[in-house]
Design a protein around this ligand. Sequence first.
Ligand code: SAH
Ligand code: ZN
Ligand code: ZN
Ligand code: ZN
Ligand code: ZN
Length: 422
Amino acid sequence: GPALLFVKTSQGKEEGRRFYACSACRDRKDCNFFQWEDEKVSETRLAAREEYNRNHQPSFTHRQNVDRYKNFVLLPLSKRRFCQECQQLLLPAEWEKHSDHQFLCDISTAQLKSPSQLLYPLENKKTNAQYLFADRSCQFLLNLLIDLGFRRVLSVGTPRLHEMIQSKASQEEDLSVRSLLLDIDFRYSQFYTEDEFCHYNMFNHHFFGGEAARETCRKFLHEENDERVIMVTDPPFGGLVEALASSFKKLMAMWKETEKEGHVNKEMPMFWIFPYFFESRILDFFPSFSMMDYQVDYDNHALYKHGKTGRRQSPVRIFTNLAPSMIVLPEEEGYRFCSVCQRYVSSGNQHCEICNSCTSKDGRRWKHCVLCKKCVKPSWFHCNNCNCCTLQKHSCEKTDVGCFVCGKAGHKRSACPCLSRT
Ligand code: SAH
Ligand code: ZN
Ligand code: ZN
Ligand code: ZN
Ligand code: ZN
């Protein structure tokens, strides 16, 4: 889909040179598309690009994959193979071609219903950054959604949540929760129909399936028979918040358009799962959101999963536009309700009488600094040189190096107000 327009700046200069680069890959090694905004592109280069794109299409279309799946499930267990190298379900006629590849045999229906276990996670941090929810966190999310009364979930980059909903729906007929998965990982098209999965880029709101896929999404967002919709997303943490926010606003607009009268002053309910240190960035774009204390755990993330000995702190949180008081966090995991703040907080999060709120962001107990007039991390102390709280080990006044975009002190490039304007 479309590239994003970036700006290259040198320190202190207001104006930078603008260029287009790939929206999805944050590493030039993964996609080297680069074009100055004002650059003239020759016919030959255009043709070469088109040629390149043609040669880099997936080997099957989504439709073909759906047909293949239908044939695959008709096979007896002994003929159901999955090529691990090509990450593809194989039909017997194709075995030959993959004969020197590693493959799995006897693919069961249960395995087909949990593709996130069958496929290996694409962990490349700069592109897919596929970190799968630990079962406990996924269960928690799903139960929470159901308790809140939602019956339809737009799963944006949450394949494991999607598959948990799908299997729940097939087990319990009376409790019909439905999910539509939007994800850039096309491997999932082997397991889901066009009504269950859309190949989608959340950095530029691009539906690879064109108008038909867009329409699928629109239809899904249209609430009928009181089936309320919520969007849940867990984007790669290295992703640009402004690009994500812009796409999510478009999905919200899609929801709003589906029902002209009912939704006038409402926003599509949303859970945006992201690390707590992005709180101010997210609130810049979605002032109606607040951050929940719940720590989201992952299976394949070395840092964010809870270890064998007790629980490691995960920095990943839920941001939502629902009333915080409605988000009930599990008491058996130590969360408690603060009646002053009217929300559930983590066990270590103490209510500060001076700030009049539960101020901890990372789950540890924070301490109030009278000079800074706010609560700070337990490991910080007040430095009289810098006139603020910071780590014990720091070089004083280093912070005024200034932002790379506007040159002003007090914020980094990523938080530059000039940038969000362009
Ligand atoms: N915790 C989630 C997975 C989150 S990992 C779960 O267990 O369900 C991030 C997800 O976003 C991956 O599924 C990845 O394929 C998807 N993704 C990465 N870049 C994307 C993009 N540009 N557009 C859409 N989805 C993307
Ligand atoms: Zn193969
Ligand atoms: Zn409180
Ligand atoms: Zn305080
Ligand atoms: Zn201080």
